[in-house]
Design a binder for this molecule. Structure first.
Ligand code: SAM
Ligand code: SF4
Length: 444
């Protein structure tokens, strides 16, 4: 039995692409290894968005170098494959500094990887396959291994980004925006339906910029909603990530209707100061974002609204920073992913001085996190006592007799219940909060 060991870093798109790769590997007779010692193939699907992600992966490469040498001493072969954004960004450096990587693949030729793996392993010191050429991005036909009991799935609908925010490496490593043919999306959806999937998340760097011929993102949603699994219970549809500059009133209207479309929106604001937003090249002002958030809150009162905040961008002053805190207070995000700016070579901001001292970035980040914790707790407390629909995900902790579930807004709830509920919807009354997690009781 051929066994592989796969590690996936970074965003949901990487997770979906790893899913597609696993399907292909299994079709070719590979099985996942339960333990690295069983594996003859290691695959790292990598991320470049922040230096910390890359540093971690360099560390893993060092580890696998030692593992490969150890396997060789025991007469075993271990091949190492690196693919994804880091392969795209650092191909030359990886070629020079990581000679133990047997196959290197970037973003655009991932689909050739399976064939490259069939080829005879290279002799020590021989040439190695490099799948780092640029060609139009291709969507894999399926992205979920479709294991029995798998009830949540990612469904990529667009790829790449044309926005070139000053700090961001994504447009360079993922290339220009490409929207997937709706026929391919519908076909993958029908497979997910047949497999009994109950929650589907549409993926894209900017999902709401989707456009295929005359079909835009709200149009696509209208096509997909009637095709979702309806029995034994109506499934959920979500999408990630939305860009504020492309959020149309029609999309808000669809969210307001509720039903299968989850009233949840991840809408990264990044910053609260107009000067910084402009320097970042985000394409909206503070006032425009606030107006949008107000409209969303008014038209979709149940909406769970989350965001990304990026502090410490070049020339961020104390006042710029205060404006970000104020915006957070005004919008009352349900949750936020918070980041400190990290210069990425090749981006526009890389040419600016990284002049906010590290200690100041750290302090500001800590303040943002503290504030968001307070806001998140306040928002969640307001919902205590309500009864909500949840999708049960897993046992909470072994032996606790409790289950872990998610709400429509993708928040976690723990409640006592039997394991048969896993993979099904049920109704739960929210009783109290333990940190960010709701505790509840089943009311169905
Ligand atoms: N497309 C999405 C959008 O426009 O908001 C986000 C994609 S990006 C991969 C995810 C988040 O990483 C961004 O929202 C940003 O906050 C953060 N990020 C991107 N580049 C960064 C950098 N150079 N340093 C720190 N955080 C960064
Ligand atoms: Fe990066 Fe901006 Fe594109 Fe998001 S919209 S992926 S932050 S360049």
């Amino acid at each position: 039995m051929k066994r592989y060991w796969l590690e996936t870093y970074g965003c949901q798109m990487n997770k979906a692409e790893s899913g597609a790769l696993e399907l292909g590997l299994r079709e070719r007779g590979w099985q996942p290894a339960g333990d690295l010692d069983e594996a003859e193939l290691v695959i790292l699907n990598t991320c470049s968005v922040r230096a910390t992600a890359e540093e971690r992966i360099w560390g893993r490469l060092g580890y696998f170098k030692a593992q490969k040498a150890r396997a060789a001493r025991r007469g075993r072969r271990l091949r190492v494959v690196l693919l994804g954004c880091m392969g795209e960004r650092l191909k030359e450096q990886l070629f020079a500094q990581a000679p133990h990587v047997d196959v290197l693949a970037g973003t655009f030729q991932k689909h050739l990887l399976l064939e490259a793996l069939e080829e005879e392993p290279r002799a020590e010191g021989g040439g190695r396959p490099s799948l780092t050429g640029r060609e139009p991005y291709r969507f894999a036909p399926r992205h979920s291994p479709g294991e029995p009991g798998e009830f949540r799935a990612f469904l990529p609908i667009m790829h790449g980004c044309d926005n070139f925010c000053a700090y961001c490496i994504v447009p360079y490593v993922r290339g220009p925006e490409v929207s997937r043919d709706p026929a391919g999306i519908l076909e993958e959806l029908s497979g997910l339906k047949a497999a009994g999937v109950r929650e589907i998340t549409l993926l894209g760097q900017n999902v709401n910029s989707y456009r295929h011929g005359g079909l835009d993102f709200p149009g696509l949603l209208e096509r997909l909603l009637p095709e979702l699994p309806q029995s034994p219970e109506p499934a959920w549809l979500r999408f990630l990530t939305s860009h504020p500059k492309d959020l149309s009133p029609r999309l808000t209207g669809l969210l307001a209707r509720g039903g299968a479309l989850c009233r949840q929106l991840h809408l990264p604001v990044q910053h609260g100061s107009d000067g910084i937003l402009q320097a970042m090249g985000r394409g909206y002002t503070r006032a425009a974002y606030l107006e949008l958030a107000e409209r969303l809150r008014k038209e979709v009162p149940e909406l769970v609204l989350t965001t990304d905040i990026l502090i410490g961008f070049p020339r961020e002053t104390e006042e710029d920073f205060r404006l970000t805190l104020q915006l957070m207070e005004q919008v009352q995000f349900d949750d936020a992913f918070t980041y400190r700016y990290n210069p990425r070579e090749g981006t526009r901001a890389y040419l600016l001085p990284d002049d906010v001292p590290s200690a100041v970035k750290q302090e500001r980040l800590a303040e943002v996190i503290r504030l968001q914790r307070r806001i998140s707790a306040r928002r969640r407390r307001e919902r205590l006592g309500r009864e909500v629909r949840v999708l049960v995900e897993a046992p909470s902790r072994k032996g606790s007799g409790e289950l872990l579930a998610r709400t429509e807004g993708d928040e976690t709830v723990v409640f006592p219940g039997p394991p048969e509920r896993i993979g099904h919807f049920t109704r739960v009354r929210l009783l109290e909060l333990a940190g960010h997690t709701f505790r509840g009781e089943e009311s169905a």
